[in-house]
Design a protein around this ligand. Structure first.
Ligand SMILES: NC(=O)c1ccc[n+]([C@@H]2O[C@H](COP(=O)([O-])OP(=O)(O)OC[C@H]3O[C@@H](n4cnc5c(N)ncnc54)[C@H](OP(=O)(O)O)[C@@H]3O)[C@@H](O)[C@H]2O)c1
Length: 220
């Protein structure tokens, strides 16, 4: 598949590594421009591109930048993607450490991904947000392996969600359908499933045990 990755840090870099290893055609972008991505390109065979071009022709786009940078993305950043593109949002809101106060999340009570979706102007699928970046490289397992981890996946577009779940399976992880985007608070930072390294049963149980309350440490 043609896959665009916006953000080439911990998560974007490791997804670039694994998706190219699986034979996908990956275009990757960061904020500083393609000339700063030559090492990653040489290592993986991915094509470094300006952020405006990352989604071009892509069937899947991964948006994996700090939440506070989402409004800085160029308008129409997803224009030119393939019809039916699935957009994966890996984002988390860390108001105290990184992102500052985001009113849409704090005052309107939007889930983090709903806020991101509104900025992008395109439905998103929330995935990988609670996955350690290193685990993408180290903890993939073949289907059926007894220690295969499961990742929660939330989103409203069922076709896009199915596409993302199939891709995650290919990457070596099971998935659990965590509902629509308005349910995705169940997998945000500080929930039982966040960072959990368990299989389908453990992830399902952790999602059910989540509380919608945002603790003071996670408020801006
Ligand atoms: N680290 C983890 O283990 C982990 C796990 C799950 C989820 N997450 C979440 O996933 C997101 C990304 O995390 P990360 O740790 O991968 O971040 P990171 O290592 O800090 O990398 C961020 C990337 O985003 C790029 N970027 C920033 N602003 C941009 C813009 N306006 N346009 C294009 N690219 C831009 C940066 O490019 P430059 O370097 O050129 O500025 C960099 O490549 C965050 O929301 C984080 O909470 C992280």
């Amino acid at each position: 598949m043609k896959i665009g990755i916006i953000g080439a840090g911990n998560i974007g870099g490791n997804l670039t590594r694994r998706l190219t290893a699986l034979g996908h055609e990956v275009a990757v972008a960061n904020s500083r421009g393609p000339h700063t991505l030559t090492a990653l390109a040489e290592e993986t065979g991915a094509t470094p591109v300006p952020v405006e071009e990352a989604a071009r022709g892509a069937e899947v786009v991964v948006v994996t930048i700090p939440l506070k940078a989402i409004p800085d993305l160029p308008k129409g950043v997803l224009d030119g993607a393939a019809d039916g593109v699935a957009v994966i949002d890996t984002g988390n809101y860390y108001p105290k450490q990184r992102d500052g106060r985001i009113a849409g999340i704090e005052d309107e009570g939007l889930t983090e991904s709903r806020w991101t979706e509104r900025h992008l102007g395109h439905p998103v699928i929330k995935a990988f947000n609670g996955t350690y970046a290193q685990d993408i490289l180290d903890r993939h397992r073949p289907a059926g392996a007894p220690d295969r981890q499961a990742l929660p996946v939330a989103g409203d577009d069922e076709a896009a969600k199915a596409k993302v779940r199939a891709l995650i399976d290919e990457l070596g992880f099971d998935t659990v359908d965590a509902g629509g985007l308005d349910d995705s608070w169940r997998q945000q930072p500080d929930t039982p499933v966040y960072g959990l390294r368990e299989g389908v049963d453990g992830v399902t149980k952790a999602l059910a045990e989540a509380s919608p309350e945002r603790k003071p440490e996670f408020r801006g």
